[in-house]
Design a protein around this ligand. Structure first.
Ligand code: MG
Length: 381
């Protein structure tokens, strides 16, 4: 049995992780679940999978969960339990996922990472932890899972890889001009054409910030230079990403868009899941299209490349400013087109420096949130 901790179990990734586990019940044992404040959802999950521990961050919600569950230890933080697992799924949303990333790698466990923000923001701090004996990082992000799968065909990736090609669906606003995008609504931004995901990442997809952050994520995961990471728009979301090798060959990973496949891949690694997800029906697939991204209209993509190249605290600051801007957009306080403005302004004012500890990263995150909030306040948002 593979022992699994599911951090962020009530979110989109967490729920799909439990579906994958339910599809192969003899293969996995759930040790712990965690959530922020979703009482009903986590109580129902805990009754179904019977974990030893349930972690709930919110105090009041924790009391309610403890009252509803018998025979389960209810705690405030899942991080200390990560050492008990063979694999920890980090499906926490946003920067809050950093503690789980750090705890899992430091304990020498396999981290199935859906929380890209922790790697993007804290790359310089997280990287050394990957050298902990037993520690492994398997991406759950569909593009990076694809790259991970393509790289399995290489004997020596450091010599044989010439570039990584990340595919982007282009989101709901692909093909629209800056003028047309000035007045888009929250509902329009949340209507993703191919993927069903949480609200934060769906908005990030609509701005291409998600793809930009994924470029940084790919750089951190696979150690490839930014000059050798390319983004191509592929509206069907069937080719999840590609690796081009030194001999000119390109290997791609294809499947229908279904997050359960990269989730199952990371859970079962180094084996493969025996249950298929996202199988392709070639007779009905139709054509696959590829196109260059519109970098002038979707400025967040180049903003992320710039932050990635600047390194140090820049990716943490970009990610934090973006989180604040996206929350403000979702709350109807700013226009969609203001999201890159907030991020650009905060990044421009920030003095980039190399973070040497988790505290440094937390401070960079905090100051960027403060700067983003004052940007909003100064405009009466
Ligand atoms: Mg992705």
């Amino acid at each position: 049995m593979i022992r699994v901790v599911v951090a962020g179990s009530t979110g989109s990734i967490g729920r799909q992780t439990l579906e994958v586990i339910a599809a192969e019940p003899d293969r996995y044992e759930v040790v712990a679940l965690s959530a922020g404040a979703s009482v009903e959802a986590i109580v129902a999950q805990a009754r179904a999978v019977r974990p030893r521990v349930v972690a709930v961050a919110d105090v009041e919600a924790r009391r309610e969960v403890a009252a509803a569950l018998d025979g389960v230890e209810v705690v405030d933080d899942v991080a200390p339990v990560c050492a008990e697992a063979d694999v920890v799924v980090n499906g926490v949303v946003g920067f809050a996922g950093l503690a789980v990333t750090v705890a899992t790698l430091a304990a020498g466990r396999r981290l199935a990472l859906a929380n890209k923000e922790s790697l993007i923001a804290a790359g310089p701090v997280v990287q050394p932890l990957r050298a902990t004996p037993g520690a492994e990082l398997i991406p759950m992000d569909s593009e990076h899972s694809a790259l991970h799968q393509c790289l399995r065909s290489s004997v020596d990736a450091s010599r044989e890889v010439s570039r990584l090609v990340l595919t982007a669906s282009g989101g709901p606003f692909r093909g629209r001009s800056g003028e047309e995008l000035a007045s888009v609504t929250v509902e329009e931004a949340l209507a993703h054409p191919t993927w069903s995901m949480g609200p934060k990442i769906t908005v990030d997809s609509s701005t291409l910030m998600n793809k930009g952050l994924e470029v940084i994520e790919a750089h951190e995961l696979f150690g490839v230079d930014y000059d050798d990471i390319e983004v191509v728009v592929h509206p069907q979301s069937v080719v999840h990403s590609m690796v081009e090798f030194s001999d000119g060959s390109t290997i791609a990973q294809l499947s229908m868009p279904d997050m359960r496949l990269p989730i199952a891949y990371a859970l079962a690694w180094p084996e493969r899941s025996s249950v298929p997800f996202g199988r392709i029906d070639w007779a009905s697939l139709g054509s696959l299209e590829f196109d260059a991204p519109d970098r002038a209209t979707f400025r967040c993509l180049d903003l992320a490349y710039a932050a990635g190249r600047a390194g140090g605290t820049a990716p943490a600051v970009l990610s934090a400013a973006n989180e604040v801007a996206v929350e403000a957009f979702l709350a109807g306080r700013i226009a969609w087109s203001a999201i890159p403005e907030v991020a650009t302004s905060v990044l421009d004012e920030h003095a980039v420096h190399p973070p040497t500890s988790v505290e440094d990263v937390i401070e960079a995150d905090r100051s960027a949130r403060e700067a983003a909030s004052s940007w909003l306040a100064s405009r009466g948002c």
